[in-house]
Ligand binder design. Sequence first.
Ligand SMILES: *[C@@H]1O[C@H](CO)[C@@H](O)[C@H](O)[C@H]1NC(C)=O
Ligand SMILES: *[C@@H]1O[C@H](CO)[C@@H](O)[C@H](O)[C@H]1NC(C)=O
Ligand SMILES: *[C@@H]1O[C@H](CO)[C@@H](O)[C@H](O)[C@H]1NC(C)=O
Length: 721
Amino acid sequence: MTLGWAVWLLGLCAVAVVTAATESNTSTVWGTYRPQLFFGLRPQVPRSLVTGLAWFSTVDYEHASVLRHSASDNEGIDSFKWLYHDGRNFGIQEITDRKYNYRLETSFVKAGHDHGRPGHWAVRVRGTVLDESQPAELSTFFYVGSENSEAAFTLQGEQLHGTDLGGFSVRTHEHLGQAPIKAFTAKRVPSDKVWRGTDHILGDMRPHLQAMARSQETWPPAAEAMQLTNSSEANANWYALQRTYRGNFTYDIMLDSALSDQDRWDSDAVTAALEQHKRAYDARFEQKFALSESFTPKQVAYAREIFAQLLGGIGYYHGTCLVDRRPAEDNGLVLHNMDDAQPQEEGPYSLLTATPSRTFFPRGFYWDEGFHLLQIGAWDAELSMELLESWTRLIDDNGWIAREQILGEEARSQVPGPFQTQYPLYANPPTLVWGLEAYVRALEAQLAAAQEGVEGVDGLAAPEADAAALSRMYGRLQALYEPWQRHYEWFRRTQRGQIRQWDRHATARHEGYRWRGRSYTHVLTSGLDDYPRAATPHVGELHADLHAWMGSFARSMQQLAQVLGHADDALDYGEQLEDIATNAVDLHWNEKEGLFCDLSVRSDDTSYFECHAGYVSLFPMMLRLLPADSAQLGASLRLLRDETQLWSPYGIRSLSQRHPLFGTDEDYWRGAIWLPINYLLLGALRHYATEPGAHAADARAAYVELRKNLVKTVLEVCATR
Ligand SMILES: *[C@@H]1O[C@H](CO)[C@@H](O)[C@H](O)[C@H]1NC(C)=O
Ligand SMILES: *[C@@H]1O[C@H](CO)[C@@H](O)[C@H](O)[C@H]1NC(C)=O
Ligand SMILES: *[C@@H]1O[C@H](CO)[C@@H](O)[C@H](O)[C@H]1NC(C)=O
């Protein structure tokens, strides 16, 4: 992106920008935004509807005692995975529940979700018996609840009507030849407890079961006893329907929006739409990632599935978070005593985010999200932009974003108490800014196309459609600029380290950085938790990884400023990037060890290098701060290739095999091969392979081999787990 283009763009966009900035893509009102459940749709609208699926087996009372609902309660489930998920309009999930002897397929399709309207959707639940020689009986529950305290559902037969989201109804459709036992309940529950699906289902059955237990009669079969009550409370805001089947089954649940004039779903349309979406998805997946030439169909399907997990892991969260804003007495040196937190509730806030793990971490994590957005952006730049915008709204007045986003009671219910509180001095690797990349690229492509139009034969103006798209994209990026400047300055201000105080010499006087909030054994804020650091925390510490991250952040800000035409800012960011790159060597390069190292301070107040060969040593190369012909690049490449240290046939290890702490204690970042970091290394190797210099050939060779090794690891080690 050149400055010239940006200036040209400014002229073109000056008029349209303001109105365009607020328009957003709305095909994402409803989604499977409760990834913490096995299956649950909700809209990105606070205090509105939530839905969920739950089930148990009714072959006997023992099986019926465990209701599947939250993805964390997965004992006895072989796997649950999205086979397809496009992040917007459809998805197909497969759940292999060995203990209950069923494979469940849960799919959804949407229609008419545009221009701010929620549209219709259909959900299909299909159960296939795994082992037909064994008893197979499954009771499934689908519920709809409203978190709006004014909501009141009405029932006509089994059909539900409600007023949320402009009015809606829910219908079900049984496929032919099936005769399930049917039951339902409609209750009034507190609007902040609507998400507790398991409690409401079991609570509805409990009085009846307790009465049964007290009576001396022999108990009926579980399928008969474990039923919802067929009762309907006045002013209900929570509704569930139950279907109990023996053998294979399929049924559909459809939501019709009163605001949509599209045709409502019927079962044939659902079948056809799922097939059509699948075909379109396969074609688009090939067009985007072009895997079929190099990989077998099975391997391509595996790639498609892991990618679908990412899109199917997107969740919407709303609620308060816990923040302890008491000033740290030690300038943030040592991690707060987490058992002694005195948090205040802040918010409520909303967040649309991908999640690192549906079972263990179903919530937003700042530095994971940067990696998520790189991938999501490659598939759908508008969607990654939507996620980034959502995160951007969490940047506070000081420029801080909590690294772990635990919004609302449902999210908190999954996090141990001491880990719930966030501290406004603590950072996390600034990867999130990568969420801009796909969109900046898309804007640049639009620009190039439009500029061709301008310079074309008639030489007058870009076609109107191009101009409108350009100004809309420009407006969205421009709206992010101020909060991201604030966030960047927050990092530079709060994570700054000391240089001259410890008689260190560096070209740029202020570019040195230290993670706040560490303990003797962990720097959780760095993301590399137990990676070895100086044994005693010290305010004079400087961290090589954070230093490199700050360079990378400056580069992203420079790109953003450039594309938006803020030429002076771009120059400032560019200077900061250069200063950080220079200081990486001035401060962190240890000539004797031939390594990039942290620094700390001895008890006699002298500065020293704290060296631990591993990822931290590779960061200046990994984030492309080193000149292509530098000796430090050569040394970093040698460390990377050293089989006795970091190189392995599976990928690059986090810590040298020769390090005394290799593989010790919790062994998290002490040897394990982390794919996101390996991905960054690949990017750096590819970069240096194409930069003329003494190390290009080595970088290229390492790139080719590492890439091969990583693909092999994923396909042969991960895929068979
Ligand atoms: C919304 O996203 C869809 C899918 O990527 C795209 O086809 C559509 O043009 C977008 N609409 C707007 C207003 O950006
Ligand atoms: C609920 O109603 C259905 C008929 O729609 C009936 O088959 C079922 O036994 C009833 N269940 C209970 C617990 O009353
Ligand atoms: C259940 O569905 C599976 C998969 O479609 C099929 O192979 C099996 O024959 C079905 N079982 C019965 C009893 O229809």
